[in-house]
Design a protein around this ligand. Structure first.
Ligand code: G
Ligand code: G
Ligand code: MN
Ligand code: NA
Length: 253
């Protein structure tokens, strides 16, 4: 079976899973959010990582129904955590095609109404490439989703093109500083600290939160705190976890 047919079957047979990577407030080291990350677990085979199948699903359009499933499942799971008393933000990665071909507004509305999750607890992560389309439909959909109460983050910030002009056109809420800038923070390389600092200051000036991705060491976490970065995620705290392991973190907290 080729991957395309495999993906269609996976949707029907419920072979997708979401893992969640905790997002922390750096200041007090508390879990404030969870990034939902898609996994494909075929019935009788090894787990297939997203880098292997998401580009294919983006090429053949299957990312639209798969993305709808991700939204529904992430909202459902976050409602379960809310009911248990843990008020987290769940963040979901959105592909360009979901804007262009899908009806993201309707998908988000039904994921929220089915789950009963309040819109303010859902954040959509867009890469700079989505914002580069800059079409009227993208602008309209973002505005309508923001009016619902959903927030937006720019993923892998600093690695795309025209990073700054779209910050004027799209009122996003958060910048996720790409992990490539975090990696060398502890090596004393001046450039990386300068870039991180500039992004944090840009965020502060524009009223945007900043979240550092790919934090792997305590030294990096401390440096980020000094630089005024608000939030972070990374292997220093946790890898993306299945929901039951994520839930177990609350008890340890
Ligand atoms: O852990 P990681 O291997 O999960 O993720 C690899 C890449 O796949 C990342 O760039 C991430 O943004 C992307 N990705 C993970 N889950 C999803 C998803 O649900 N939708 C989309 N569009 N991309 C995802
Ligand atoms: O592109 P996006 O930021 O959505 O994808 C997140 C990716 O980064 C996932 O593949 C996730 O597993 C990975 N990731 C998360 N934390 C770390 C980290 O501390 N170090 C590295 N190298 N990768 C990480
Ligand atoms: Mn992401
Ligand atoms: Na990223």
């Amino acid at each position: 079976m080729n991957i395309e047919n495999g993906l269609r079957a996976a949707l029907k047979q419920n072979e997708f899973r979401l893992h969640y990577q905790p997002q922390y407030s750096i200041r007090d080291n508390r879990i404030i959010g969870a990034e939902a990350l898609l996994r494909w677990q075929p019935k009788n085979g090894a787990m297939i990582p997203p880098a292997k199948f998401i580009p294919i699903a983006e090429d053949n359009g299957l990312i639209v129904p798969i993305g709808d499933w991700v939204l529904r499942e992430a909202c459902r799971q976050n409602r379960v955590w809310h009911d248990a008393g843990y008020k987290l933000l769940v963040t979901v990665n959105i592909s360009a095609l979901q804007f262009k071909r899908g009806n993201l507004l309707e998908s988000v509305k039904s994921a929220l109404s089915e789950s009963g999750l309040a819109a303010e607890y859902l954040e959509l992560e867009l890469t700079e490439s989505v914002l580069m389309f800059d079409t009227a439909t993208v602008i309209q959909q973002i505005a309508a989703l923001k009016a619902l109460g959903v927030s937006f983050a720019i993923d892998d910030f600093g690695t795309g093109y025209s990073s700054l002009s779209y910050l004027k056109r799209f009122a996003v809420n958060k910048l996720k500083i790409d992990q490539s800038f975090i990696q060398d923070l502890s090596s004393g390389k001046a450039e990386d600290a300068a870039i991180v600092q500039a992004i944090v200051q840009l965020g502060d000036t524009l009223g945007l939160l900043t979240l550092a991705e790919g934090v792997e060491t305590q030294e990096q976490a401390e440096r980020l705190h000094q630089l005024g970065c608000h939030k972070a995620q990374g292997f220093y705290w946790n890898q993306p976890l299945p929901p039951d392991e994520f839930g177990a973190l609350f008890d340890a907290d």
